[in-house]
Design a protein around this ligand. Structure first.
Ligand code: ATP
Ligand code: MG
Length: 246
């Protein structure tokens, strides 16, 4: 049986029946600000501190200072982990990342080999849509990225921006079909307040919980709470209380 890799987020690992399968690729898809980068950082941070596994974060969007600052507000000192050579942050472009992944002698591949990288976060995969308008070519790009990571046996999290409406550009490359697992994050409006919701939409090779659960962001990261009871159409953007007697 393949080893399970814990995300380090207790409730999420429960929902995933123990964790992510080693070497699998997980898409974390959500509206801006819901906590996608945080989920990825927590996965890396937990790998480093709980499992003594080095982590690699590849960012196409945030500047180093803002990533360090955001992480610090969650209680994670990334600079310290980088100094201790347990974490590597790479700020690059999708094009350079893809070329590096495909050339064995690139600094990226050397880091992966020499550091024995087991966990990687790509923030965000949505940026690859800038490389082409052709859905077929986009699918090939996704396949190259994902196969490159799988070849190294890396368990990866790919974040993705998702407005929740219509067919997103990246879906034209059928990303959801290529990845092994999908986790959705959403804002839901309940009784005039915005709450964060989390759902495991698919896992390949293992079972997963089907319910939608609340989660919060606080110092220490994501805390998964209870499921939404007595509500329906949560992901539609206009949830309703379930009428009594139903
Ligand atoms: N210490 C903290 N306590 C509570 N909430 C926090 C804390 N630090 C950050 N947040 C919240 O985390 C959210 C941003 O998280 P994150 O950057 O992971 O989201 P994201 O989905 O990656 O967003 P983006 O669309 O900007 O990439 C913000 O809404 C912010 O309010
Ligand atoms: Mg982000």
């Amino acid at each position: 049986m393949r080893k399970q890799v814990k995300t380090g987020i207790v409730g999420l690992d429960e929902m995933l029946s123990g964790g992510l399968l080693e070497g699998s690729t997980t898409l974390v898809k959500g509206a801006p600000g819901t906590g996608n980068t945080t989920l990825g950082m927590q996965f890396l941070h937990s790998g480093i501190t709980d499992e003594d596994e080095r982590g690699l974060l590849v960012s196409f969007e945030e500047f180093p200072f803002s990533l360090h600052r955001d992480a610090l507000s969650l209680g994670w000192d990334l600079r310290k982990l980088e100094k201790e050579e347990r974490l590597r942050l790479i700020f690059t472009s999708p094009r350079i990342f893809l070329a590096s992944l495909q050339s064995p002698e690139s600094p990226l591949n050397l880091t992966i080999q020499e550091w024995d990288i087991r966990r990687l976060v790509l923030d965000s995969i949505s940026h690859f849509t800038r490389m082409t308008r052709d859905p077929k070519e986009l699918r090939q790009i996704y396949n190259r990225v994902i196969n490159g990571l799988k070849r190294e046996g890396i368990t990866s999290i790919l974040t993705s921006e998702d407005s929740g409406t219509g067919l997103s550009t990246e879906e034209k490359g059928r990303l959801s079909f290529i990845v092994d697992n999908i986790i959705l994050t959403r804002y839901v409006e309940i009784d005039s307040s915005m709450q964060r919701a989390l759902l495991v939409l698919k896992t390949r090779g293992s079972d997963h919980a089907k319910e939608i659960r609340r989660f919060k962001l606080r110092e220490g990261g994501i805390v998964v709470g209870t499921k939404f009871e007595g509500r329906e159409a949560l992901l539609s953007g206009s949830p309703r209380a379930i009428a009594p007697g139903r």
